[in-house]
Design a protein around this ligand. Structure first.
Ligand code: AHR
Length: 489
């Protein structure tokens, strides 16, 4: 067993952890929307206006703060007018990006914004710059947010919604360096300026406009955007970063992997820290006051699809390996919360590193879901200084622990992952000038391949972790492959 002494200083306050760091992403891809979130009003699965009630309940349990929609690459070909009005009249189209299946547009703007209202989360609309027009995007904003008399507001009323919605987050394009039009950064920056000029703030609704940022370590993209765009044009730049073990052609199975694959997966995740740091350095040069945020609006593990499933549906299982990876990402985002003010795991249901899997009426919460549960009290808290002498694991030259600490309403929360598959970690936490009198902890742990499925939905669940208090310090023992939440009372 390795022993770690963690020192926490609540007086050393760093930055607010924006709740949106715990955001999610939902795309018209595979069974994310259809079957996963939306089953239609006539379904036997309990629903409210077609939206699964168990999904809404699960989203509320982890306090989903924001949901990005309708894509992804799907957004680059989405024409919002296809998804409004009587369902029988909505266009049936081919989903060219994801499996070539029929998109019947039964889930559109009204249904998405209804979902957000049922969950109590912010909508984040990904607008189509790749193949849509300026007018189309401008009209979408007017349709959703204008309270007065206008062609779009009148159309919304005709479709059954009198009052406008409040829509804060608007993405102006998605992956425009790739599926969103294969643009070079300067061309995109010019297009971005044109599109955003016609997205207006109506009826007290203030848009927070997000420009398509880089893929991983494409620093030139960020540099070009930062040289071209001013804070009055853009409130955030997005970043996409996926953990792909091996390479694109051989990503490997989500469940059947070796210990070597596990450590490789962590090794492919940890560089997100440096990638964010370097993008932030570029942003700091043009925007030292940090007016423009960095949104990591797609992140997560990407493996081969489960055998026998449609390759275009990106359906994968989720194990304790994913729980550890999620903890690494979320602790890193917390540490960068001065600039990183939103992150959206890809994706929320049935796609990639999903927090929820469904099969007909059955619903399973994955280990990654439970990590979001363990971390949820960071939402809106203040990141505070915490430090421990980390060690490298013997099995691989990677740090054994990942951690971050925040304070909210006088309570201090530390989230920590023990990444080792071999060794326990004894953690002694002390808080400057504040002997700890009471504390509690919860833990998620299991063999690294452990996962939940439709016959064993509770193989991996959160349990209480015993806490000892001695001389004002907290002492906990973290088993190998575990993620914990330690809270002072
Ligand atoms: O999340 C799946 C896809 O990954 C998204 O559609 C796209 O934006 C990214 O390449």
């Amino acid at each position: 067993m390795k022993e770690f002494k963690m020192f926490i200083n609540p007086a050393d306050r760093r930055s607010r952890i924006s709740p949106e760091i715990y955001g999610h992403f939902s795309e018209h891809l595979g069974r994310c929307i259809y079957g996963g979130i939306y089953v239609g009003e006539d379904s036997d699965i309990p629903n409210v206006r077609g939206i699964r009630s168990d999904i809404v309940e699960a989203f509320r349990e982890i306090r989903v703060p924001v949901l990005r929609w309708p894509g992804g690459c799907f957004a680059d070909e989405y024409h919002w007018k296809d998804g409004i009005g009587p369902k029988k009249d909505r266009k049936k189209l081919v989903n060219t990006n994801w499996g070539g299946v029929t998109e019947d547009n039964s889930f559109g703007t009204h249904e998405f914004l209804d979902l957000c209202e049922q969950v109590g989360c912010e909508p984040y609309i990904a607008g189509n710059l790749g193949s849509g027009t300026v007018e189309e995007l401008s009209q979408w904003v007017e349709y959703m947010t204008f309270d007065g008399v206008s062609p779009m507001a009148d159309l919304r009323r005709e479709n059954g919604r009198d009052k406008p919605w409040r829509v804060k987050y608007l993405g102006v394009g998605n992956e425009n360096w790739g599926c969103g039009g294969n643009m070079c950064p300067q061309f995109y920056a010019n297009e971005y300026k044109r599109y955003q000029s016609f997205c207006h703030n109506f009826s007290g609704n203030e848009l927070f406009k997000v420009a398509c940022g880089p893929s991983g370590g494409d620093y030139n993209w960020t540099e070009t955007l930062m040289n071209s765009l001013k804070p009055q044009h853009v409130q955030a730049i997005s970043l996409h970063y996926y953990t792909i073990p091996h390479d694109w052609e051989h990503k490997g199975s989500a469940v059947h992997f070796t210990e070597e694959d596990y450590y490789e997966t962590l090794a492919k995740t940890l560089p997100i820290d440096e990638v964010i740091t370097r993008h932030c350095e570029i942003m700091n040069r043009q925007d030292p006051e940090k007016q423009i945020a960095l949104f990591v609006d797609e992140w997560g593990c990407w493996y081969d699809v489960e055998e026998g499933t449609n390759p275009g549906f990106l359906y994968q299982q989720n194990t304790m390996r994913d729980a550890i990876v999620a903890a690494l990402y979320l602790n890193i985002f917390n540490m960068h919360s001065d600039r990183v003010r939103m992150a959206n795991i890809a994706q929320v249901v049935n796609v990639l590193q999903a927090v929820i899997l469904t099969d007909g009426e059955k619903l399973v919460k994955t280990p990654t879901f439970h990590v979001f549960d363990l971390f949820k009290e960071h939402q809106g808290a203040e990141l505070i200084y915490s430090h421990l002498e980390n060690v490298m694991m013997e099995e691989s030259a990677l740090p054994m622990l990942s951690y971050s600490t925040s304070e909210k309403d006088g309570r201090i929360l530390t989230t920590v992952a023990n990444c080792s598959l071999k060794e326990e970690a004894k953690l002694l936490l002390s808080v400057a000038d504040r002997p700890v009198k009471a504390a509690s902890a919860r833990i998620l742990t299991g063999e690294v391949h452990a996962h939940n499925d439709f016959d064993h939905a509770e193989d991996v669940v959160i349990r209480t972790l015993p806490v000892e208090l001695a001389e004002g310090r907290i002492c906990v023992t973290l088993p190998p492959c575990s993620v914990a939440e330690i809270m002072t009372d």
